[in-house]
Design a protein around this ligand. Structure first.
Ligand code: MLT
Length: 268
C-alpha cells in the first residue's frame, strides 16, 4: 500500500510493503521516505517495511511552528495504530530519525523490539548550533529551501559518492528542493529543542545495531562509537567509503548488516 494515513491532526504519506516482522524506516532531515529506496524493495522480501514521510516532509501534511521529536515519535506510534501493527517493531532511523528514536523508546517503548541507528547523535545541540538552526529556519521561511540545499548537500555524502555517483546527489537535491519551507523550518526548530539522550543510553535494553558511514562528518565515527559503547545491547558496524547517508550510499552493504542483525536477533 502506498498512500495517506490519518494520524492525529495530520495525514502522513506512507509506503507499507511486504509481510512479516515490521521494519519501520524513519528518514533524516530534510528528506523523505525515498532515501530508503535501496532498502524498501530488498528488505520487503522478508519483512513488512513501513516507510513514512514525516510530518512536514515529502507528501505528508505540513504543520507550522515547531515540530518536536516527541511529536514525530507520537505520529509514528499513531501511524502503527492506523496500520494495525500491534507487534513491537524494528525501528530503523537515520540522523533525525535517530533523534526521534530516543523519544519513541521513551514514550512508546512497548512498541519497540529492536533498534537500528544509522548515522545519528545522542547529544543535544550546543547554544551556537541552536542559534544556527533558528537563523536557518528564519531564512528558509523568507527565501525558500535553497539555503537548505547549500547547507546540507556538502555534508551528506562521502567522497566516493561525490565522485562516482552524482545522480544520487542530484536526486537528494531534488527531494530537498521539493520540501515545504514551513515543514523544514518546523523540524529545524524541533531539533534545536531536542533533549540530550546520552544519559538514557545505559537504560536502553533493546538489541541495537549502530551503523556509521566511515566518512560521516555530521555524526562522526568517534561519536557513534560512544553511543554503541554506552548502549547495553549494541552491535557496531562501520560502512566503508560512505558519509552520513550510508543506507543510500551503499544499500547492499547496509542491507546485509540489517539482515544479519535481524537474523541474529531471531536466533537469540
Ligand atoms: C539529518 O540528516 O537528519 C540531519 O543531519 C540532522 C541534523 O541536522 O542534526
Amino acid at each position: 500500500m502506498t498512500g495517506h494515513v490519518a494520524v492525529g491532526n495530520a495525514r502522513l504519506h506512507v509506503v507499507d510493503q511486504g509481510t512479516g516482522h515490521p521494519l519501520l524506516l524513519v528518514h533524516g532531515f530534510p528528506l523523505d521516505h525515498t532515501m530508503w529506496r535501496g532498502q524498501m524493495d530488498d528488505l520487503s522480501r522478508d519483512y513488512r517495511v513501513v516507510a513514512p514521510d514525516l510530518r512536514g516532509f515529502g507528501r505528508s501534511d505540513v504543520s507550522c511552528g515547531t515540530v518536536t521529536m516527541e511529536c514525530f515519535a507520537d505520529d509514528l506510534a499513531a501511524l502503527l495504530d492506523a496500520l494495525r501493527i500491534d507487534e513491537p517493531v524494528t525501528y530503523c532511523g537515520l540522523s533525525m530519525g535517530g533523534y526521534i528514536a530516543w523519544q519513541f523508546w521513551r514514550r512508546h517503548g512497548q512498541r519497540l523490539s529492536r533498534l537500528i541507528l544509522c548515522d545519528t547523535r545522542a547529544v543535544a545541540d550546543p547554544p551556537e548550533a541552536v542559534q544556527a538552526r533558528q537563523d536557518l529556519a528564519q531564512r528558509i521561511r523568507a527565501e525558500g529551501v535553497e539555503p537548505l540545499v547549500e547547507a546540507m548537500i556538502p555534508k551528506l555524502f562521502g567522497q566516493r559518492t561525490r565522485e562516482q555517483h552524482p545522480a544520487v546527489i542530484d536526486a537528494t537535491k531534488a527531494v530537498i528542493r521539493a520540501t515545504s519551507p514551513e515543514g523544514a523550518a518546523a523540524a529545524l526548530l524541533g531539533m534545536a529543542r531536542r533533549v540530550d539522550a546520552t544519559a538514557w543510553l545505559p537504560d536502553l535494553h533493546v538489541p541495537t545495531l549502530v551503523v556509521c558511514g566511515e566518512d560521516d562528518v555530521i555524526s562522526t565515527v568517534a561519536e557513534m562509537r560512544q553511543i554503541a559503547t554506552a548502549l547495553p545491547q549494541a552491535q557496531w558496524s562501520l560502512v566503508p567509503a560512505c558519509g552520513h547517508m550510508a543506507p543510500l550510499e551503499d544499500a547492499p552493504q547496509v542491507n546485509q548488516l540489517i539482515r544479519a542483525f535481524l537474523a541474529g536477533c531471531a536466533a537469540a
